[in-house]
Design a protein around this ligand. Structure first.
Ligand SMILES: [Zn+2]
Length: 275
């Protein structure tokens, strides 16, 4: 007999997916990827893991819709490969690592893997919020050179974006705290439960910006005379390669940043615990 709890989880996942569809947060491919990721995390990690993913979803959705009609935000989203409606690969790059860690945890139930997962969720949330809010900033700069940058372009950071990525990481920490308190998961120190995602998410998102500024491929549109992340510009013209590694796109950068967030969180957990 598959119990009621299982059905409740599946219904929750379907509900979230339909909200994503209703509010144009995900493309059809994005919804397929989200269902895959959501079911895997619920199946292998259970409610504690799934609810943290749901927390990410709710926080990210609110901020994606925040000032979605703002002119600066619209312009920035057209030049960058991220933000707004997310497709299969964007969701996949963000979610696959979390799902993989859930599978590993199922077979090796160590706190190390739980924190690695929390680190991934914190990083993804921080990066999403920093992108959605950072583009509203008129003063963006490259972390590598401190030169003025177009907000929304990968690698560009702003104080607004940095502040909101810290806020996002704290929110994930607090979510983890509430979820674990509810499930009586007392094996973990409450303070660490908030501190670890706060640090991992903030630095994970920072690494995302660093990689975005350095190795991510950037293209140039001859017609509009603009640097863009898109191989085909919004004007329809094929762009030419400019900087970065040709094979590294925004999804790759997101995945690498998520891995960094996972490693930072797992290491920090062991450092605080004294290994
Ligand atoms: Zn163009």
């Amino acid at each position: 007999m598959i119990d009621f709890v299982f059905y409740a989880g599946v219904i929750a996942i379907l509900l979230l997916a339909s909200v994503a569809a209703r509010y144009d947060l995900l493309s059809e491919g994005g919804i397929a990827a989200a269902l895959l990721v959501g079911l895997t995390i619920f199946w292998f990690g259970g409610w504690e893991w799934f609810l943290l993913l749901a927390a990410f979803f709710v926080i990210a959705s609110v901020f994606t819709k925040f000032k979605a009609k703002n002119r600066l935000k619209k312009i920035a989203m057209q030049e960058s490969a991220k933000g707004g409606v997310r497709d299969f690969w964007q969701v996949g790059a963000n979610g696959a690592l979390g799902a993989l860690i859930a599978v590993i945890y199922h077979f090796f139930p160590l706190n190390t893997f739980y924190f690695a997962y929390v680190g991934v969720i914190a990083t993804v949330t921080a990066d999403t919020l920093a992108t959605e809010i950072g583009v509203l900033s008129k003063r963006a700069f490259f972390l590598t050179t401190f030169q003025k940058a177009k907000s929304g372009l990968s690698g560009a950071v702003s104080f607004k974006g940095l502040a909101v990525s810290l806020l996002a990481s704290v929110l994930i920490g607090l979510s983890a705290l509430v979820i674990n308190a509810f499930f009586n998961f007392t094996a973990i120190d409450n303070f660490n439960l908030v501190l670890i995602p706060t640090v991992a998410g903030f630095f994970g998102a920072l690494i995302d910006s660093l990689l975005g500024a350095t190795i991510q491929a950037k293209f140039y549109c001859k017609k509009c005379r603009k640097i863009t992340e898109r191989e085909t510009h919004k004007c329809g013209i094929k762009t030419v390669y400019r900087t970065g590694w040709k094979s590294v796109n925004n999804d790759t950068v997101n995945l690498l940043a998520s891995i960094s967030g996972a490693v930072i969180a797992a290491l920090l957990y062991h450092l605080l615990k004294g290994f």
